[in-house]
Design a protein around this ligand. Sequence first.
Ligand SMILES: Nc1nc2c(ncn2[C@@H]2O[C@H](COP(=O)(O)OP(=O)(O)OP(=O)(O)O)[C@@H](O)[C@H]2O)c(=O)[nH]1
Ligand SMILES: [Mg+2]
Length: 428
Amino acid sequence: MHDKVKITLVSGKGGDGAIAYRREKSVEKGGPYGGNGGKGGSIFFVADNGIDTLANYRFGKTFKAEPGQNGKTKLQYGKDAKDIYLHIPCGTVVEDEQGRVLADLIHHGDTYLAVKGGRGGRGNAMFKSPNRRTPNIAENGMPGEEKVFYLELKLLADVGLVGYPNVGKSTYLSSVTRAKAEIANYEFTTLEPQLGVCFIDPDHSFVIADLPGLIDGASEGKGLGFTFLRHIERCRVLLHIIDIQRSEDPYQDFLAINKELFQYRPELAKRKMIVAINKSDIKGSKEKMLALKEKLENDYEVYFISAKEKKGLITLNKRLYTLVKKSKEEEKKLLKEEGGEERVYTVRNSDNGKTPSYQVVRREEGYFEIIGERVVRTKKLINLKTDEGVDRLLAYLDRIGIDEKLKEAGAKNGDTVLLDDFEFDYYE
Ligand SMILES: Nc1nc2c(ncn2[C@@H]2O[C@H](COP(=O)(O)OP(=O)(O)OP(=O)(O)O)[C@@H](O)[C@H]2O)c(=O)[nH]1
Ligand SMILES: [Mg+2]
């Protein structure tokens, strides 16, 4: 099961704006005629319930979007490049290279803009003004971005079944949902997680995940459990199933499984867990069951069930439903408090118009550098091959108060200032 992949995405550069002039027989130099460049292609992730695995994205693949077309003469716009939509399974978590969660694409159609295509540069026709009739200036398209992402597919279930192998987890799933789980009297019957929907009544249901059995050392990778422990993280409620007949000391069994869970993820200790003591139909286990319940009931709600004979299941399921509902409501409340009803993932908007924050750093005697994402971005937008482009950049720097900043940093007449790959001299 390949449920975590690394993927590199590169968005397209914006097309350059064109510098062109209209030529007419009678006019020596006509008006500006250069069109804008097209937008570079962006890449999105889209959750799609028709897709089950991340198999398409294995082997560290790179996906590249096309650049936008350059603007052309006769005011022709360059074409925008096509955006790319990468379809991934519902329940995929998108992380950045440092492992920070960027988006959790749960529902069909959830979309995340991963890398944004560069904006097209403006052609010289856009720079026409009363005192600049033949502007010799155009913008370059913005560069695309290149980023590494990790995609991880996690199961989405409300209730996760945990317990040793052979305790009856799959039997329970089969009894309360329409899922057809494999059931057999040996360990590790279940090799892959399986989901089922449990209906309390026709309008109310919750999703159960049957997971492979855990064994001692699962958190260090023993047995099958380790691969699947991460699915447990997303379940709202854990149903811990104990086989009353499995061993002499079922209480020890219970503690051992919890130890594995909490060793893997200490936060799981805070997750709501209730206990079902299974195989209650087996004759002569009554006393053992009562003794076990007594040990557990201070800390946990305990239910006696027979998954096979469908005893005690309705009460248990109703309770599970209530707990799931409560957890969903709490989550909603939390999201509201954080502001915003739903989680919407977009790239941060730039604070258009405001003076960008930047720094002037003294690199060595007589040599300073301007550092700041937005300032560098603006610089990249300007075609510096023309004098007018250079003027425009210097006017921009003037506007954001560069002289003051340079002075503060100790710059003297004739010192060199670097911005990205552009150098100029400072004079008061
Ligand atoms: N008597 C009795 N047997 C049960 C009950 N529930 C399950 N069993 C039996 O226990 C055995 C294991 O059941 P499974 O449902 O496959 O157990 P599991 O926990 O899914 O096991 P793994 O997939 O290996 O982790 C099967 O032989 C079941 O018939 C029960 O309530 N009573
Ligand atoms: Mg099973």
